[in-house]
Design a protein around this ligand. Structure first.
Ligand SMILES: NC(=O)c1ccc[n+]([C@@H]2O[C@H](COP(=O)([O-])OP(=O)(O)OC[C@H]3O[C@@H](n4cnc5c(N)ncnc54)[C@H](OP(=O)(O)O)[C@@H]3O)[C@@H](O)[C@H]2O)c1
Length: 348
C-alpha cells in the first residue's frame, strides 16, 4: 500500500520498443501507482483489435505514437478505484465495479490494467457482453462520425462503402441500414457476398470488378456519398461517382502498406483541394482527434451505440477471442488474412 492509500497494481502489457513485424510486440510487466486526480484505474476485461494497431506497430500510421508505446484504441474494463479531482462527488460511472467502454485517444489498450481520465469512461449496459462491447468503441464511433458528422446523408441516399466486410465497414453498413441508405460495398474475403447481403449491402468484388464501372452502370445519375479507407486512385474514382451535392469521406489511406504516412499527407492535401471546388464535398474523418476535441459528442455517441447493441439494433459481432499474451500471433494471423471478423483480446 502506498502512502496515498492506493495499492500498487502489477500487470502485463504489450509494449512496442521498435517498429517492425509481429516480433516487436513484447509482453512486459507494468506497475500502476496511485491515479492522478480525476483519473480511474481499470481492470481491462476485453480489448478490440483493429487494423490501425497493425499499422502503428509497423510505424506506418499518421497519428503514430513514438516508441515505446502500447497499441490498442478500444477496451472494456471494470473500475477498480477513482481519485476525485476535488470538484465534487465522484461521477456515477466511476464507481468501483462499474463496467465501462473506452476509446483511447492515444492508444494503450493492450494492457491488463489502465489509468484513464473519467471523461473517457462510458458505462456498459448490464446485459451487454464485455467482448461484444469491446468491438464498438472505435469501429462504430468511426461509422457515426463518417455518417453523421462528415457525410450528413439522409434516408434514401445511395452510398458506396469501401471494405464493407471490415470492422469499420460493417459498422457503416449496419448504421447505414438503420438509417435507410441504399448501399453498395466492396469486399473480397470468402463469404463477403452473404455477409454484405446480411446488412442489405450490394456486393462488388474489388479484386474482379472495377467499382467505378459497376456503379456508373447501375447508378447513371451518380450517388450521394462514398466512404473510403484505401486512398490513392480510389479517391478520384469515388469522387467522379458523386452526383451534384455528393460527398467523399475519407477515413484512412491504407491501400499501400508501408507508405501510409506519405499517402495520408498526399491524400489529405488532395481532399482539401477538391473541397475547394463547387458542387461536391470532401471530408476527412479522424476519430482519435475528434473525440479529444468534443468530449460530449464522444460520450453521447458511444453511450447510444452501446445501448443500441444491448437492444439488438446493431449486431456487433466477435470473430475470435485470444489472450492478450497472444497479441503477436493475432497480428500475424490478421496480416495473413487467416481471421475474418473482429478480434478481441482478453486479460484472463
Ligand atoms: N479515421 C479513423 O478515425 C479510423 C478509425 C478506425 C479505423 N480507421 C482505419 O480504417 C481502416 C479499416 O480499419 P478496420 O479496423 O475496419 O480494418 P479491417 O477490419 O481490416 O477492414 C479493412 C477492410 O478493407 C478491405 N480492403 C482491403 N483492400 C481493399 C481495396 N483495395 N478496396 C476495398 N476494400 C479493401 C478488406 O476487405 P476484404 O477482407 O474483403 O478483402 C477489409 O475487410 C484502417 O486503415 C484503419 O486504420 C480509421
Amino acid at each position: 500500500m502506498s502512502a496515498s492509500g492506493y495499492e500498487e497494481i502489477r500487470c502485463q502489457k504489450i509494449v512496442v520498443r521498435h517498429f517492425g513485424g509481429i516480433e516487436v510486440l513484447e509482453v512486459a510487466e507494468a506497475r500502476l501507482s496511485a491515479p492522478p486526480p480525476g483519473h480511474a484505474r481499470l481492470k481491462v476485461l476485453a480489448i478490440g483489435v483493429g487494423f490501425t494497431d497493425l499499422m502503428a506497430r509497423a510505424g506506418d500510421y499518421i497519428l503514430q505514437r513514438t516508441v515505446p508505446f502500447t497499441p490498442g484504441y478500444e477496451l472494456v474494463g471494470e473500475v477498480v478505484d477513482y481519485r476525485g479531482d476535488g470538484s465534487g462527488p465522484d461521477p456515477e460511472w466511476v464507481t468501483p465495479g462499474t463496467r465501462v467502454a473506452v476509446t483511447l485517444p492515444k492508444m494503450g489498450a493492450y494492457s491488463g490494467y489502465v489509468v484513464l481520465p473519467s471523461w473517457l469512461l462510458v458505462p456498459v449496459p448490464h446485459g451487454l457482453d464485455s467482448h461484444v462491447a469491446a468491438t464498438i468503441p472505435l469501429d462504430y464511433l468511426t461509422a457515426v462520425s463518417v455518417l453523421a458528422r462528415h457525410a450528413r446523408v439522409a434516408a434514401g441516399d445511395t452510398v458506396l462503402i469501401q471494405g464493407a466486410g471490415g470492422g469499420v465497414g460493417q459498422a457503416l453498413s449496419q448504421l447505414g441500414r438503420l438509417q435507410g441508405l441504399r448501399m453498395y460495398g466492396t469486399a473480397s474475403a470468402a463469404g463477403s457476398q452473404e455477409r454484405l447481403a446480411g446488412n442489405d449491402v450490394r456486393f462488388i468484388d474489388y479484386r474482379r470488378q472495377d467499382f467505378e464501372e459497376v456503379i456508373r452502370e447501375r447508378e447513371p445519375g451518380g450517388i450521394q456519398a462514398v466512404f473510403d479507407h484505401i486512398g490513392g486512385a480510389n479517391l478520384g474514382k469515388g469522387y467522379r461517382l458523386l452526383a451534384a451535392g455528393g460527398v467523399l469521406v475519407s477515413y484512412a489511406f491504407a491501400g499501400r502498406p508501408g507508405h501510409t504516412v506519405a499517402d495520408t499527407v498526399r491524400g489529405a492535401a488532395w481532399l482539401k483541394l477538391k473541397g475547394l471546388l463547387p458542387g461536391k464535398r470532401t471530408a476527412l474523418c479522424m476519430v482519435p482527434r475528434e473525440l479529444k476535441s468534443d468530449h460530449a459528442w464522444y460520450r453521447q455517441s458511444l453511450r447510444r451505440l452501446l445501448d443500441m447493441a444491448d437492444d439488438g439494433d446493431i449486431r456487433a459481432k466477435v470473430g475470435a477471442v485470444f489472450a492478450l499474451s497472444e497479441a503477436a500471433a493475432v497480428h500475424g494471423a490478421l496480416e495473413r488474412g487467416e481471421i475474418v471478423g473482429k478480434v478481441v483480446l482478453t486479460t484472463g
